[in-house]
Design a protein around this ligand. Sequence first.
Ligand code: AMP
Ligand code: GLY
Length: 418
Amino acid sequence: MTRALLIGNGAREHAIAASLVRSGVTIHSHMQMSNPGIASISEQVTIGEITNPADLPDLHNFDYAIIGPEAPLASGVSDFIEKKGIPVVAPLMSLARVETSKAYAREILARAAPNANPLYAIIDSVDELNRFVSDVGIDRIVVKPDGLTGGKGVKIFGEHLHSKSEVEDYIKKLLKTHESVILEEKLIGTEFTLQSFVDGSHIELLPLVRDYKRAYDNDEGPNTGSMGSYSRETHDLGYLSETDVTHARKIMQSVIDRLGQENGTNYKGVLYGQFIKTDDGIKVIEFNARFGDPEAMNVLSIMTTSFDEVCQQIIDGNLKRVEFERKATVCVYVVPEGYPGPDTIRDSPITIEDAMNSRVYFASVYESNGQIFTTGSRAIAVLGMGDTVKDARANAYSDVSRIHGRVRFRSDIAAGVY
Ligand code: AMP
Ligand code: GLY
């Protein structure tokens, strides 16, 4: 029987754990904080700093390791495990820069598929703002720190920044803690997520997913880690043509090829592309070197190919076709009141009645004396499945209302989608 080490403790890792267990794998979960959902299906659990290789459990009896979140990739945990001779279903640190450095991501894309980039500039002084503004106009500026921000560091003119002096102040603030800042042209269009398994050279696409990043209904408010997502039973999205998807696939393939050439080692694991369909074609918003959270839940919940086999094939470099049920999925995140603001309600008890129509994945919650408590992050992901998006949505929302406490959720995930 396969024994795998799983690193991470969010709802994405709960979905990874459940999928591995369904394929017959015995898992040891290494977590920053015990996720009660993951712990309940793990053979063993260790708690430690997930970005610190010294905290890892003894590695010798694992067939492979799989890493869910980006932070351990950024700190070289995959490199450490591979050096010990254990294969890892995740890219090495140099390759994960496609996510961990937004500047590197723009630069590699400029070499691999330049038309997929917006206009951008990587700056290390606020004085460089003027030149970029004269190219794109202040009202079309997006400002991002170069580094990991959990999706929350991006500010867009007209939404989060309202004047040139606010843009300047934000750049100055970021430069205190980050080496550089990325300025981008604001892209206008409809976003989509395309994830793929990668075995070093070959990529295998997963069903397309639409993610909802904004905190409130109608896509208002600040960016969050994401408030929900959906995928269709046809595995496509109504607003994308086959040509759009082929184009996005080609962009991902060229980036994988280029990453391998430039880093002298091949990319293995999951590549996540967040794209936007604009009047000027398909553009890249960002790449992640891992599954999306919540997008992992949409795709893994309907994957019929054994996840264990997929992991072995990624490691061996002989990835085969991956199959999915013809089911739609809708994921709704239940978050603490106030999330993602400074007044987020923490350490508040929540009660979860047994799910009737969906799968419930635990995110950032902990258990104390049999009671589940929130932290300052997203608490519970509810994943509904169905023959259509409408059915999947009804299934998800019927169980969302069975979660009680000082929590809230978006009520418009996949609204009006068929
Ligand atoms: P990121 O962390 O780069 O994924 O950005 C978070 C969110 O900000 C994305 O999901 C987009 O909605 C938005 N965003 C980022 N970059 C741009 C851009 N160049 N144009 C328009 N929106 C953007
Ligand atoms: N759903 C966006 C992310 O995982 O980064």
